[in-house]
Design a protein around this ligand. Structure first.
Ligand code: KG4
Ligand code: ZN
Length: 340
């Protein structure tokens, strides 16, 4: 019998629903919330409200596109955390009601595990699936970590940021330059016509496999403040070079520790995941590192890099196989550290 998993993602500002048949994606619908743009960042209260408005139409669209009836769904997988509590509550409550009304199991999914497990989606025939153990640089708006994956749900974080995340650094740098939110994709776009060596910024000196990005953020802020004193058009005149240099610095910082992690563990199967894995500079750096270090690399499709429900559904598929069902009594968690 076919397994159909409905996945629901509502941890931040995207409401998404997906249907998987086994490990293959039948639909992956994402409603972005435009309401945050004018605030230059996600406003949690507005995000919860928008999820509430979007969730039924998004799920409806996912089932329609998958051409299946809700009664055919085997189980519902949802993001339990980490993320914004109000946003997570919308997806969690919906999943509970859906499962209860249809008498099907629920599968609770950790958002960061799901970013990594997105690599196991098999809708491209020629796509390579990672072999265990592998390393994954998981880089999103709230997290930056190097994870050692021994099995689907046996993961160990071997390095992480001690302050800001890489995505947050892209977004903050963009904000300093008055670029629209979210800044990561915009910096990526502008960087394409800039010189990555035009400007240099302070790189952190952090022990072991950990990261730090707060110093870089301050370095960008002070650099621009000083240049703007001399020329108030400085950012405007050098936008592409600034974006290319900032992106280059962030990618260099990320790659140095990833190379070190590979050397220390002896693992040469290396993946990237999370919103920042959509970055073209990081993707190019991975290709170059693969050649230099004889790595087998795994780069997610763009639609599975940033937040989406297909990744929640694939993680759900593996929990479903193990019959690891969730209780109707559980509540979401905002931080990864409170995951049980
Ligand atoms: O994984 P994600 O979609 O949401 C979270 O779980 O946080 O990641 C969002 C982050 C944002 O900081 C966004 O600016 C960044 O990913 N991002 C990018 C690119 N696309 C998204 N950063 C750099 N280059 C991109 N192309
Ligand atoms: Zn994410």
């Amino acid at each position: 019998m076919n397994t159909y998993i409905l996945g629901i993602e509502s941890s931040c500002d995207d409401t998404s629903a997906a249907v998987l048949k086994g490990t293959q994606v039948l639909s992956n619908i994402i409603a972005n919330q435009k309401v945050h743009e004018k605030y230059g960042g996600v406003v949690p209260e507005l995000a919860s409200r928008a999820h509430q408005q979007n969730i039924i139409p998004v799920i409806d669209a996912a089932l329609k596109e998958a051409k299946i009836h809700k009664n055919e769904v085997s189980a519902v997988a949802f993001t339990r955390g980490p993320g914004l509590l109000g946003s997570l509550l919308v997806g969690t409550s919906f999943a509970k009601s859906f499962a209860l009304s249809l008498g099907i199991p629920m599968l609770e999914i950790d958002h960061m595990d799901a970013h990594i497990l997105a690599h196991f989606i098999t809708d491209e025939t020629e796509k390579k699936i990672p072999e265990f153990p592998f390393l994954c640089l998981t880089v999103s708006g709230g997290h930056t970590q190097i994870v050692l994956i021994k099995d689907y749900f046996d993961m160990e974080i071997i390095g992480k940021t001690i302050d800001d995340a890489a995505g947050e650094t892209f977004d903050k740098a963009a904000k300093i330059m008055s670029l629209p939110y979210p800044g990561g994709p915009m910096i990526d776009k502008l960087a394409k016509s800039g010189n990555p060596k035009a400007f240099s910024f302070a790189e952190p000196r952090i022990a072991a496999l950990d990261y730090s990005f707060s110093g870089l953020k301050t370095s960008i802020l002070y650099f621009l403040r000083d240049r703007l004193k001399e020329d108030n058009q400085f950012i405007e005149k050098h936008k592409a070079d600034l974006c290319a240099s900032i992106q280059h610095t962030i990618v260099e910082i990320l790659m140095k520790k990833l190379v070190l992690a590979s050397q220390q563990t002896g693992i040469k199967h290396i993946a990237i995941a999370g919103g920042v894995s959509a970055n073209s500079g990081l993707r190019n750096a991975m290709e170059a590192a693969a050649v230099a270090n004889q790595w087998q690399i795994y780069i997610p499709k763009l639609s599975y890099s940033t937040d989406n429900a297909a990744m929640i559904a694939i993680a759900g598929y593996y929990k479903y196989q193990k019959k690891q069902f969730a209780s109707q009594r559980l509540t979401p968690y905002a931080r990864q550290s409170s995951k049980k």
